[in-house]
Design a protein around this ligand. Structure first.
Ligand SMILES: Cc1cc2nc3c(=O)[nH]c(=O)nc-3n(C[C@H](O)[C@H](O)[C@H](O)COP(=O)(O)O)c2cc1C
Length: 377
């Protein structure tokens, strides 16, 4: 019997009505950089998922790399999220906010007073683009600016920004937060020895230094909102920008898992790029190293639920849950075009294909106008 459609309890006690997770999806539909009534409708339409992880929400102006992204760092932004979280709860859904700092993947045109973005390093993310203002002052994809390395004092302040965002998320009615530690953004920049060229306590030369920032963020968020409300997203073997696959990935993530074990997070969410078809900025790689690292991490994190996203299918989800590889299955792009994805998977109804040209920005089209399945379609 399928376990996908039965309730599941995250570590710490939050119970979900099924094991299907809506993966975080940036949609850039917030012209004033706060959640709107359309945001609320969009999430409500998808609230039959066991868990919704919101689009990445920025923890500070400094943490923003893409325009029209709803933040969570002012009272006004916190209030704006309330309609979305209430709407999801009214339908019996659960929603975590993905809290996000892009680090060096940003541009001076969207930073306060035109300042440089910040990172673990002062090395530019070659090939990375931010969604910011071009030379004509128009919103556009532009090459990222050269960052400056955070000072130790600023690192402390940034950790506090994550904790503050977590507290704000709970105030806004979110059931918890997912710390965005994936895809080459700030946390990944600290953990990657090819990017982090620091010589202080956060230096990637030692494993403790490499993991220090990530663990400080995790600990600060747990201290503020509790472990039962704290999840973490990771993407070992992601190949983004100028961050190639390197031979210390397995050791880094296995050491991280050993540290996370005693923190008893609500869950750890993996983005598996190894099975994805190649797309801009992301190249498919062999899945064997990812699978091995996952096993090594699972050996430490026996009591922490694993979520995996990346070209997931119902068949693979069922098999992997049965085999104990993961506990919950996340779907990203399928949720864009199929608000009722859970019902479609359960009944074997056909899946609509999302319009990739409407992924980011714009209005209601390609956002809240995908209908549920009707027989005879
Ligand atoms: C339009 C779009 C926006 C995304 N935004 C985010 C994001 O804000 N945070 C994040 O961690 N991943 C983001 N992702 C990655 C997805 O969460 C997911 O891991 C990825 O799409 C693979 O799953 P899928 O094959 O089911 O789409 C995004 C992906 C897409 C296509």
């Amino acid at each position: 019997m399928s376990q996908l459609f039965s309730p599941f309890t995250l570590a710490g006690g939050i119970t979900l009505k099924n094991r299907i997770v809506m993966a975080p999806l940036t949609r850039a539909r917030s012209p004033e950089e706060k959640a709107t009534t359309s945001t609320a409708l969009y999430y409500a339409q998808r609230a039959t998922a066991g868990l919704i992880v919101s689009e990445g929400v920025t923890i500070s102006r400094q943490g923003q790399g893409y325009l029209f992204n709803p933040g969570i760092y002012t009272e006004e932004k916190v209030k704006a999220w309330r309609l979305a979280t209430d709407s999801v709860h009214d339908i019996g859904g659960k929603i975590f906010a993905q809290i996000w700092h892009v680090g060096r993947v940003s541009h001076t045109s969207i930073q306060e007073n035109g300042q440089a973005p910040v990172s673990a390093t002062a090395q530019i993310a070659k090939g990375a683009k931010a969604y910011a203002y071009d030379e004509a002052g128009k919103p556009n994809l532009v090459p990222v600016s050269k960052p400056r390395a955070l000072t130790i004092e600023e690192i402390g302040k940034t950790v506090e920004d994550y904790a503050h965002a977590a507290e704000n998320a709970v105030k806004a009615g979110f059931d918890g937060v997912e710390i965005h530690g994936a895809n080459g953004y700030l946390i990944d920049q600290f953990m990657n020895p090819l990017v982090n060229d620091r010589t202080d306590a956060y230096s990637a030369k030692t494993m403790a230094g490499r993991l220090r920032f990530t663990l400080e963020v995790v600990d600060a968020v747990i201290a503020r909102i509790g472990r039962a409300k704290t999840g973490l997203r990771l993407s070992p073997y992601v190949k983004v920008f100028d961050m190639p696959i390197h031979d210390e990935i397995d050791a880094t993530f296995t050491a991280l898992a050993a540290e996370l074990a005693r923190r008893e997070l609500a869950y750890v969410h993996f983005m598996d790029h190894s099975r994805s078809a190649p797309r801009e900025g992301v190249t498919a790689s062999d899945s064997a190293p990812f699978d091995a690292t996952l096993r090594h991490m699972r050996a430490h994190l026996r009591h922490t639920p694993f979520i995996i996203a990346g070209d997931m299918t119902r068949e693979r989800a069922e098999q992997w849950i049965k085999d104990g590889i993961m506990d919950l299955a996340a779907f990203g792009r399928p949720f864009i075009a199929n608000p009722d994805l859970v019902a479609r998977l359960e009944h074997g109804w056909p899946l609509a294909v999302p319009d990739a040209t409407r992924f980011y920005g714009g209005g209601a089209d390609g956002y809240i106008d995908y209908p549920p399945y009707h027989k005879g379609e």
